[in-house]
Design a protein around this ligand. Structure first.
Ligand code: TRP
Length: 470
């Protein structure tokens, strides 16, 4: 933490002094900005539309919204609460609270899951971040103007077919993330979030406005909001649950880390709900911008991870000022991905610093390089290794490439497991007076949260798991 001259406090790298001298967020707003920067990312704009398309639309969206409300928000509150109570990095917070309340240090495992998930997610996240960078150039050079759906599709498959280009942009993305994490000063970034997030929001609104005139808005909106449960599979349910974790940055202790900087007295419930609503609205806007274009152009909603890169460029190619708006859009998407990528690397670096006593630069270089190397496997699975499906002997994972596997296993298995552990920790392991003191809610609101975290969340997560495994 550092206190800038303007008096505002921001996260910085030196968490070495875990107990002494840790500043706090200047305000509730600073926390909301950082947490939103982490939550709003590729998950909202790239992943949400494509998994919605793959899982049949409305019913999936409804289940996703239920998962946000019943699982996501309560767990975000629990993570922020644990972080603030512990006042240290996630692993040490859990250990400290566990000791204080006479509990087992075994809860450190939660932190360990977080670090593993962080490595795996960032490795492929960076590859997709690279796609966004690549499209900045594509849009800026006017290549999208007036193109047919086929030509736009060709541009995208051309990108996927060139490992060298993918590697270049993956490297650029990883370096961008590493530079910020190594410097450990997020002041500039926080200010950027204040401007760029609203800009992204406005641009999405413009895209939705365009979609309204595209001729298929009603169909796109119906696809998103009219539930047809015959289209929802049990896997779809698991994906909806997993995505609630992914999109809110839950299950790997990121919100715990940020919570440790939240001033006492700020309402954990209100802040968590604010962040969750912003995140959800951005995802729904992305869906509303994309699906009308899909239907107006006879494209396939279940096209997979390339969906936004095959539909939005088409819209940019047709609308007036499309090259400008397209360029701006991909720049803002890159920014959203960047702030999320930073929050994926940060916990790993903090852990290396605290546990291994490495300095920040070295920690960043080592962990960033490991992620970068792992990312190469994802890149190759898009082209040279597209036939490599290492886990096909498990029915649920049949036909999944390395890239698909990393995405599926992290979001749908590791994050929900991490979240389950957080719920059990908050609902069953911590002392109730400690919880009440930290949450500082009205007694009925507290009871609602407590019952949810203690019973509803664990049962929901366990049920969805069992459903899919058995
Ligand atoms: N929430 C981000 C997104 O939607 C991704 C992300 C950043 C994340 N940090 C995380 C996911 C921590 C899980 C855990 O793009």
């Amino acid at each position: 933490m550092s206190v800038s001259s303007s008096g505002s406090t921001t996260l910085s790298g030196s968490t070495g002094a875990a107990s002494a001298g840790r500043g706090l967020w200047s305000s509730r707003l600073a926390f909301v900005l950082a947490a939103t920067g982490s939550a709003v990312g590729l998950g909202n704009i790239w992943k949400f539309p494509y998994i919605t398309g793959e899982n049949g639309g409305g019913a999936f969206v409804l289940m996703y919204l239920v998962c946000i409300a019943v699982v996501g928000i309560p767990i975000m509150m629990a993570e922020v609460m644990i972080g603030r109570r512990g006042g240290r990095s996630p692993v040490n917070s859990l250990r400290a609270i566990a000791r204080k309340d006479g509990l087992k240090p075994a809860w450190m495992l939660v932190g360990a899951i977080g670090i593993l998930a962080g490595f795996l997610i960032l490795s492929f996240y960076s590859v997709i971040g690279g796609w966004a960078i690549s499209y900045i150039g594509t849009a800026a050079s006017g290549q999208l103007a007036g193109q047919s759906a086929d030509a736009i599709g060709g541009l995208f498959s051309g990108l996927l077919a060139s490992p060298g280009t993918l590697l270049l942009w993956h490297t650029v993305f990883m370096v961008l993330v590493m530079v910020v994490v190594a410097k450990g000063v997020k002041a500039g970034l926080e200010r950027a979030v204040t401007i760029l997030m609203p800009a992204l929001f406005v641009l999405l609104l413009i895209m939705v406005g365009y979609a309204m005139n595209s001729g298929a808005f009603a169909r796109g909106a119906a696809f998103l909001f009219q539930p047809d449960f015959s289209k929802l599979s049990t896997t779809g349910l698991l994906v909806a649950l997993g995505h609630a974790f992914f999109t809110l940055s839950l299950g790997m202790a990121v919100m715990m880390a940020y919570g440790s900087y939240l001033p006492k007295g700020v309402s954990i419930a209100r802040t968590s709900i604010t962040v969750s609503i912003i995140d959800t609205v951005v995802a729904l806007l992305a869906g509303l911008a994309i699906f009308p274009v899909v239907f107006a152009n006879g494209l396939e909603p279940g096209a997979g991870p390339g969906l936004i890169f095959q539909t939005l460029p088409l819209a940019f190619g047709q609308m007036p000022g499309g090259s400008f708006f397209g360029t701006l859009f991909f720049v803002l998407l890159l920014f959203a991905a960047w702030t999320s990528g930073i929050s994926l690397l940060e916990p790993i670096v903090e852990w290396l610093e605290e546990r291994k006593g490495m300095n920040r630069t070295l920690s960043t270089v080592i962990s960033g390089t490991v992620c970068w190397l792992l990312g190469i496997a994802s890149i190759l699975s898009l082209n040279l290794w597209s036939d490599v499906t290492p886990m096909s002997f498990i029915p649920a994972l049949e036909g999944k490439t390395i890239f698909d596997l990393l995405d599926f296993l992290t979001a749908n298995i590791l994050l929900p497991l991490g979240g389950l552990a957080v719920a059990v920790f908050a609902g069953w392991v911590m002392s109730k007076p400690a919880l009440e003191a930290e949450m500082a809610m009205s007694s009925s609101a507290f009871r609602l949260w407590f019952v949810t975290v203690r019973y509803v969340t664990p049962v929901a997560v366990a049920a969805v798991f069992l459903y899919n495994l058995v």
